[in-house]
Design a protein around this ligand. Structure first.
Ligand SMILES: N[C@@H](CCC(=O)N[C@@H](CS)C(=O)NCC(=O)O)C(=O)O
Length: 415
């Protein structure tokens, strides 16, 4: 076996004695991730303890076949593999491991501003997971030259940066944070679809309803009170432009005012149940997604009254907000650009690529949100799987970056 080979199957022993089989182009890094509870739910039941078997494969598809074959073996046959492997002379054992790849741990950098509901959702996710992060304040309206140097065109708030990897949209950021730290989970096992779908509904329907209530002319006027007239007008013009060209429409305030109590009453009834501490029993992404539009309305006296009649909703909202924001430390946008420039994008995910029909690796593409803020990101398509697209792009100020965008709610087009 030669260490020049780039794909491996491996077995990891969990603390309870069970064996986990996986494949990777860097089994030691993979093992380190498993030790942090990442990369396989298997280790949520019992933590990873030792990398006990590695086998070199000719290429990725050979590794996939071998992984399937090993997974199909009986426990006794897997134990035999481990015994024979570890019984080999020590030198042989270490020679068969690939050289450890160089991986730098980068800080989580959130580009956001205080008043943004989606930023508040993301700050609470960071608090829920008790993560440390760097906070870069971005402008509320265009232009956002430093942010766009990283994203290549995506302008919405927030954006997460990890070294030279840029994550657009809070739904994808949630998945990145789950990969960063598996517990406490945002997608509790067995509830992944329900949680993601409820969050998607809240991030779209419920959020737009809340915005239409907060942007009623007299409410908006008092929200913008204190701003010079020109700045208030610039904000209004910016938000009008934000919705140009996208599929989303703000509901008329007249409709939202009539629909709002029905939704609040449903939420109230669900939360009044004895076990109604959180929407799906234990905390999940759904709580944070439903909470941020309510936080937005609660933040202004003219709209806070829309929540007043729902005591269980208020108690639940206080519980969600009590997760706090984790440990942020300010960073300037210039520093964040320097981090991107000096970093190398992380290796691409090992998950098999799911290319959308008609697209392939290396193609020049652009990707844009479908709903609003549809400014496209252009780049070279590197990876596509069920949840995300990754584009590579070069920027004069940010260097080579990988921009990660969600599949859902975004459209990919050939350039
Ligand atoms: N689907 C996006 C929506 C983000 C969004 O709409 N953010 C608002 C602020 S809460 C925004 O970008 N407004 C315009 C801006 O900040 O420039 C996500 O989940 O991140």
């Amino acid at each position: 076996m030669s260490s020049a080979c780039s794909w491996w199957v491996y077995l990891v022993r969990a603390a309870n004695g069970a064996l986990y089989c996986g494949m990777s182009n860097d089994p030691q890094r993979r093992f380190a991730q498993h030790c942090r509870g990442q990369g396989a739910r298997f280790f949520h039941a019992s933590p990873a303890q030792a990398l006990v078997y590695v086998e070199a494969c000719a290429d990725k598809s050979a590794a996939l076949r071998r992984e399937r074959a090993i997974k199909a073996l009986s426990k006794a046959a897997k134990e035999r593999l481990v015994r024979d492997f570890t019984a080999r002379p020590a030198q042989d054992y270490s020679e068969s491991l690939p050289p450890p790849a160089e991986h730098t741990m980068h800080e989580l950098i959130l580009h956001h501003y205080d008043a943004s509901p989606f930023a508040e959702k993301t700050r609470l996710l960071l608090g829920y997971k008790q993560l440390s992060w760097r906070s870069v304040e971005i402008p509320r309206i265009m232009p956002k030259p430093d942010l766009l140097a990283l994203t290549g065109g995506y302008r919405k708030t927030p954006v997460l940066q990890v070294g030279a990897d840029i994550y657009c949209d809070s739904a994808l950021i949630a998945r990145r944070l789950e990969a960063e730290k598996a517990t406490p989970a945002l997608f509790p096992e067995g509830q992944e679809f329900v949680v993601a779908s409820l969050a998607q509904w809240a991030d779209s329907t419920l959020f737009l309803l809340a915005v239409s209530l907060a942007f009623q002319p007299e409410v908006l006027a008092s929200r913008l009170q204190g701003l010079p007239a020109a700045a208030a007008q610039a904000f209004i013009d910016d938000r009008r432009a934000l919705f140009a060209g996208g599929a989303a429409r703000l509901p008329a305030a007249e409709h939202s005012l009539q629909h709002w109590p029905t939704l609040m009453q449903r939420l109230e009834l669900q939360l009044q149940r004895e076990d109604g501490e959180f929407l799906c029993g234990r905390p999940s992404l759904a709580d944070f997604a439903v909470a941020h539009p309510l936080w937005f309305l609660a933040g202004a006296p003219q709209t806070a009254s829309l929540l007043a009649a729902y005591p269980a909703v208020n108690a639940w909202l206080a519980r969600v907000l009590a997760f706090g924001h984790g440990s942020p430390r300010a960073m300037s946008s210039a520093e964040a650009l320097a981090v991107a420039r000096e970093a190398t994008p992380a290796p691409l995910p090992e998950r098999a690529s799911q290319w959308p029909a008609g697209f392939q690796a290396g193609q020049a593409v652009h990707v844009a949100a479908c709903d609003y803020g549809v400014d496209p990101v252009q780049g070279e398509l590197l990876h596509a799987d069920d949840e995300c697209l990754i584009l590579a792009r070069e920027d004069d100020r940010a260097g080579r970056v990988h921009v990660h965008l969600p599949r859902l709610g975004f459209v990919l087009r050939a350039q």
